[in-house]
Design a protein. Structure first.
Length: 158
């Protein structure tokens, strides 16, 4: 294989590894990229039980300690959105903050897109799908999931 091709492959692999290590949307990483964050562990336990109120409490407490964590903002918004009678203004506030802190956060793009579908804003959901299309150069679960949600929304609207 030519030197240029090998260099290109290496650059792509290193770039995608760097994005993953930054915690772009990995559900098991903390704000620092580690898998042992006690807030994330407690959050995951609550979500496994579909205890969205407890998940929101845990994520909110983590945000108080670390307000600059895109991952905590994303998880807090997700727990709020999944719970009964979500305050969508608060949900959008925290997804937007996650994206302000980490503009390529795949999970936040996916979930804010789903939140836009919940409030009937298909164009905004498609904006985040387009963002994921750019971010996920070789595809990713967040893109696939939001695309399926958009397609289901459109099919239901017909």
């Amino acid at each position: 294989m030519g030197t240029r091709v090998c260099s290109l492959i290496f650059a792509v692999l290193v770039g995608s590894g760097t994005a993953w290590a930054a915690g772009g949307d990995d559900a098991d990483t903390d704000a620092k990229g580690g898998a042992s964050d006690p807030e994330i562990v407690a959050y995951e336990r609550a979500t496994a039980r579909n205890d969205w109120a407890q998940a929101a409490v845990v994520a909110r407490a983590a945000l108080v300690r670390t307000p600059g964590s895109a991952e905590y903002h994303n998880r807090y918004a997700f727990a709020l959105r999944k719970g009964p009678n979500p305050n969508m203004d608060l949900v959008f506030t925290h997804y937007r903050e996650a994206l302000r802190l980490a503009p390529e956060h795949r999970g936040a793009h996916e979930y804010i897109g789903e939140a836009y579908l919940m409030v009937g804003d298909l164009p905004k959901a498609k904006q985040h799908l387009a963002a994921l299309d750019r971010i996920c150069f070789f595809g990713c679960d967040a893109y696939d999931d939001l695309k399926a949600a958009v397609e289901a929304y459109e099919a239901k609207a017909k």
